[in-house]
Design a binder for this molecule. Structure first.
Ligand code: 6PG
Length: 243
């Protein structure tokens, strides 16, 4: 059965961020009621910045942050205070503004000697958080979409199969930094809910390819995202209409 997928179009990124925050709030409350914790994966890139600011400003007291565990879908192999660091952006816009215990923030380590070592270290971290599991049971995974159809740091033409939950990749020259660590399809698809956040007319072609290929026949990585529960596409009008 094709998992539940729905597309929601918003006039601007503020409206999109509010809707995303509503969904995250609902899922966080349900997860902590059922399992006393909310396993939340943040996406990288620039798109989620507005959402992070909204969560920090308007959901500080509505989401059970003390029971939330934070992970990343991918990271660039740069220091955690680097301008290109996905962690640095989330820390500045969200994590320093909400009461998440530091031990609940599972940053992808990038101080190690190589991206491969970082990937192995993060895989160990995830297995520690999800012992004896075939894949990490994240409650919500945020993902972005590149204009080439990549998501996390899974790029077209780069396989992501096997049992690994984390892998190191060399991204394409057109999307630096090239050395990256990324969750694999197995790890991403173990999630209950995936929320794609897509804004800007430069994403129109990739988004169209996504929506026209629900069964993932192409080599566009984002078409192979199929979580256990539902996939929400939260997109702005520019990305949806291309105008
Ligand atoms: C990354 C991201 C990547 C991102 C898309 C969209 O580390 O680059 O994880 O998958 O989500 O490239 O990026 P923008 O939001 O900057 O358009």
């Amino acid at each position: 059965m094709t998992p539940a997928r729905s597309v929601h179009v918003f006039d601007d990124s503020d409206a999109l961020s509010r809707a995303a925050a509503d969904e995250i709030e609902r899922e966080a409350i349900a997860a902590t009621a059922a399992r006393l914790q909310f396993m939340f994966v943040l996406s990288g890139g620039s798109t989620p910045g507005r959402l992070f600011e909204h969560l920090a400003a308007h959901r500080r007291d509505r989401i059970p942050w003390r029971d939330t565990q934070i992970f990343w879908a991918d990271e660039r192999f740069v220091p955690p205070d680097h301008l290109d660091s996905n962690f640095a952006m989330a820390e500045a816009k969200l994590l320093t503004h909400v009461p998440i215990p530091p031990s609940h923030i599972h940053r992808i380590p990038t101080e190690s000697t190589s991206p491969t070592t970082s990937a192995l270290e993060y895989e160990t971290t995830l297995h520690g958080c999800f012992p004896d599991a075939d894949s990490p049971a994240f409650d919500v995974v945020l993902l972005g979409l590149g204009d080439d159809g990549h998501t996390a740091s899974l790029f077209p033409g780069q396989g992501s199969d096997g049992d690994k939950w984390v892998e190191s990749v060399i991204g394409p020259p057109y999307r630096p930094p090239r050395e990256r660590i990324t969750l694999t399809l197995r790890a991403l698809n173990g999630a209950e809910t995936v929320i794609f956040l897509v804004t800007g007319k430069e994403k129109h072609r990739a988004l169209r390819a996504m929506l026209d290929d629900p069964d993932g026949h192409s080599d566009v990585p984002a078409t192979h995202i199929r979580p256990r529960g539902k996939t929400l596409w939260l997109v702005d009008r520019e990305a949806f209409d291309g105008s």
